[in-house]
Design a binder for this molecule. Structure first.
Ligand code: NAP
Length: 226
């Protein structure tokens, strides 16, 4: 049985990944702020804000680490306040770095693998995405830097999703017209489901010869012009 730490295990992509790992018989240490609605003997939950968390509850050995908290705060550039740039950076990038520092020893012990989340809006310029693109650009830099520093013991990769049907994206998919327009914008003619992202995440966590990569799981958004 392998053991995985998942920050953001309570909803969206982190939840779908937790489900996949529990289904295949692994153990999950999940961290989120809210209280859980489920119980499983192989799920150990930590209720904390990841930005304040002191690392307590982490096991001595980890096979995998996932950082799934994030934000979507889209607006014209002139409308962003300094505090918004700061909080987007903190939850997307700084939180990941601080959690990885806490998990490093256990990840080295388990020769584990780390998975972070970027966004399609780093590799593609998208209007109104300045703050999240800045924050997730930092995540991509962290992934490549740490993958080099921790090789060959610990692998570090990221997924760059396009719009995915989770609580985080609910405002953007909130009515039928918006959801249909969002699906239409994607070459594969639908938005992502949490399970699409979780399956790709699991593949990156498992593959022993991939490190320092950012994988687009985005319905073709980053690379196709049909
Ligand atoms: N959904 C999309 O369209 C999309 C697109 C591009 C990139 N992404 C990225 O993909 C990743 C996963 O997104 P998602 O859509 O699955 O998000 P989500 O549905 O909002 O889930 C985020 C999880 O993180 C937890 N969380 C949030 N803030 C936290 C904090 N301060 N401390 C501890 N836990 C916290 C939440 O639980 P609590 O609220 O209980 O803390 C929840 O379990 C994110 O990094 C996001 O930026 C998503």
């Amino acid at each position: 049985m392998k053991t995985y730490f998942i920050a953001g295990h309570r909803s969206g992509i982190g939840r779908a990944l937790t489900d996949l790992l529990l289904e295949r018989g692994d153990a999950v240490v999940g961290l989120s702020r809210g209280s859980s609605d489920r119980s499983n003997p192989r799920l150990h939950e930590i209720q904390a804000d990841v930005l304040q968390w002191d690392g307590s509850g982490l096991p001595d050995r980890l096979d995998g680490f996932v950082y799934a908290p994030g934000s979507i705060n889209l607006k014209p550039f002139k409308g962003y306040k300094a505090e918004e740039f700061r909080s987007d950076f903190e939850i997307n990038a700084l939180g990941a770095a601080l959690a990885l520092q806490k998990a490093e020893k256990a990840l080295r012990e388990g020769q584990g693998s780390a998975l972070l989340f970027s966004t399609v809006a780093v590799g593609q310029g998208m209007s109104y995405h300045a703050s999240i693109a800045m924050a997730k650009g930092a995540v991509e830099g962290l992934v490549r830097s740490l993958a080099a520093e921790w090789a060959p013991v610990v692998r570090v990769n990221a997924i760059a999703p396009s719009l995915t049907n989770t609580p985080l994206a609910s405002k953007l998919l909130g009515n039928e017209a918006r959801a249909a327009a969002a699906a239409e914008r994607h070459p594969l003619k639908r938005v992502g489901e949490a399970e699409d992202l979780a399956a790709a995440g699991l593949a990156l966590l498992d593959n022993p010869w991939i490190s320092g990569q950012v994988l687009g799981v985005d319905g073709g958004m980053s690379s196709l012009r049909p």
